[in-house]
Design a protein around this ligand. Structure first.
Ligand SMILES: *Cc1c(COP(=O)(O)O)cnc(C)c1O
Length: 233
């Protein structure tokens, strides 16, 4: 087994252990392997080990990888970065999921650009749950109203909520932030938007996120290694 495949297996084991500790059903948490900054060949190796869901942030770089990997028809692409308005078409035409909706206008453009023969794009509303100034996402107070508006768009299906929790904080604070997301998901359902997805948890905090109800964890460096951002725009 290659290093990547060993890393991948270790992440799957950690997820399974966290599911068991939290009393959650085995296999209930989906791993999104975050391959941003890594070459298409690395994605192939992890794909060969059985992974199908991959996450990417940088739209142009991701789009180029979708060309290179066009021979893998069952790969599932999750866009997890900010989408500038000149890049919405790429997402509309090539993505299966978008975890980072925080503006109605962007969602409207993507819905209009999504080819009618494709299934609706599966989306999460990104919530800035920690309230950090530098973070994307809507405030917790705005999430339900935005989700209700986005849910009306024909080529988009709202699936739930996504967050990036604060880095380097105490476990109590992390649990508070993830717990807030769980409450918001219940609020969303109560407000008439059926939603079943909580996209939260990364390399550093995926186990706590799973204990707090994450359904999708987005894990990059634990699988692919340390990132070099030098070549990304
Ligand atoms: C890069 C990134 C991840 C993966 O981060 P790791 O710490 O490498 O696991 C997850 N989510 C988002 C939004 C990211 O940008």
């Amino acid at each position: 087994m290659s290093v990547l495949q060993q890393n991948y297996q270790a992440v799957l084991d950690h997820i399974a252990q966290a599911e068991a500790r939290a009393g959650r059903q085995a296999g209930s948490v989906k791993l999104v392997a975050v391959s941003k900054t890594f070459p298409a060949d690395d994605i192939r190796k992890v794909y060969a080990a059985g992974q199908r869901d991959f996450g990417e942030n940088y739209i142009q770089a991701w789009y180029d990888k979708t060309d290179t990997l066009a021979d893998l028809p069952d790969i599932v692409w999750h866009v997890i970065g900010d989408v500038q308005s000149n890049k919405t078409k790429f997402v509309a035409e090539r993505a299966h999921w978008l975890h980072t909706v925080s503006r109605l206008k962007t969602a409207q453009r993507i819905s209009a650009q999504r080819p009618s023969e494709m299934p609706p794009l599966q989306v999460c509303i990104e919530v800035n749950v920690s309230g950090e100034a530098a973070k994307h996402g809507v405030s917790p107070d705005e999430a339900v109203v935005l989700a209700q508006e986005v849910a009306k768009l024909p080529q988009i299906q709202v699936r739930g909520l996504m967050c990036v929790a604060e880095a380097d904080v105490a476990e109590d604070e992390l649990r508070w932030q993830f717990g807030k997301m769980q409450t918001l998901l219940a609020d969303l359902n109560a407000a008439g938007v059926p939603a079943d997805v909580l996209s939260m948890g990364m390399t550093a905090d995926m186990e706590i996120a799973i204990e707090c109800g994450a359904t999708h964890v987005r894990v990059g460096s634990a699988i692919f290694g340390k990132r070099d951002y030098a070549h990304q725009s």
